[in-house]
Design a protein around this ligand. Structure first.
Ligand code: ADE
Length: 241
């Protein structure tokens, strides 16, 4: 019998000391300690060849900032010896925005190589030559890809088998059915004069499920018309309700 190796993230960065950072605590940190997944943060600068260990240079054509060199980054990718079955990602605000369904795909695979950009960007030629898939975590600009990489890894790791406490919490949460999650309550029964909705303490499971569904739909329609439109277009699931 062959035992499959644990899910693995290989991160190429100019700041390897940022890792594991927040991924070393809580749910992801516990799973890391248990060997459910592994993390390798590699320093791009180790692939620099000149005396000054330089990794960047001024943009061709002029303009502000510095660009990550194609030769240095390509060498860093090549020495990481990533097997062809692993996705090669470049965190970048130019990328396609990450979705829960892409996270599910990434979590189901062997685990990605993730290149963290810095400076004004990365030389286009290495993106093409090493077939990097550009991935964004949203329409705003971070000072580098590291925090974006952490967000991606965290979202994957919590889906790995055995990481989340209850198997149900992953299927109930926001986006699993392209809806935002319904509101949650817990004790005390009264908080600053506000009560827990009566239906939730009624013990009627069918009514609770219907209430939650209606709340999730109302919230999604109000806050995320884009998700609501996609939800309405999608074929209706017959197994879930
Ligand atoms: N690097 C800088 N901004 C980013 C973003 N929004 N997503 C992914 N990587 C980034």
């Amino acid at each position: 019998m062959t035992v499959s190796s644990p899910w693995r993230a290989t991160v190429l960065t100019l700041f390897p000391e940022m890792f594991p950072g927040p991924l070393g605590v809580s749910l992801a940190g516990r799973a890391l300690g248990l060997g459910v997944w592994s993390l390798e943060a590699r320093d791009i600068r180790d692939s620099a060849t000149d005396r000054h260990r330089s990794v960047d240079d001024t943009p061709a054509g002029g303009g502000p900032g510095m660009v990550l060199r194609a030769d240095v980054l390509a060498a860093a990718i090549d020495t990481a010896q990533i097997t062809p079955d692993r996705p090669r990602l470049l965190m970048s605000p130019r990328g396609r925005t990450l979705t829960q369904s892409r996270i599910r795909e990434l979590a189901a695979g062997p685990g990605p190589l993730i290149v963290c950009g810095r400076f004004e960007g990365v030389d286009q030629r290495v993106i093409e030559a090493r077939a990097l898939e550009e991935v964004s975590i949203g329409d705003y600009v971070l000072s580098g890809g590291e925090i974006a990489a952490m967000a991606l890894i965290d979202a994957c790791v919590r889906l790995l088998p055995g990481v989340m406490g209850s198997a149900e919490s992953a299927s109930e949460e926001s986006f699993s059915d392209s809806l935002l999650e319904y509101p949650q309550y817990t004790r005390p029964q009264t908080f600053e004069g506000r009560q827990i909705p009566e239906i939730l303490t009624s013990g009627d499971h069918a009514k609770v499920a219907a209430w939650r569904r209606a709340e999730a739909e109302a919230l999604t329609r109000l806050r995320r018309p884009d998700l609501w439109a996609a939800h309405e277009k999608a074929p209706k699931s017959t197994t879930k309700e």
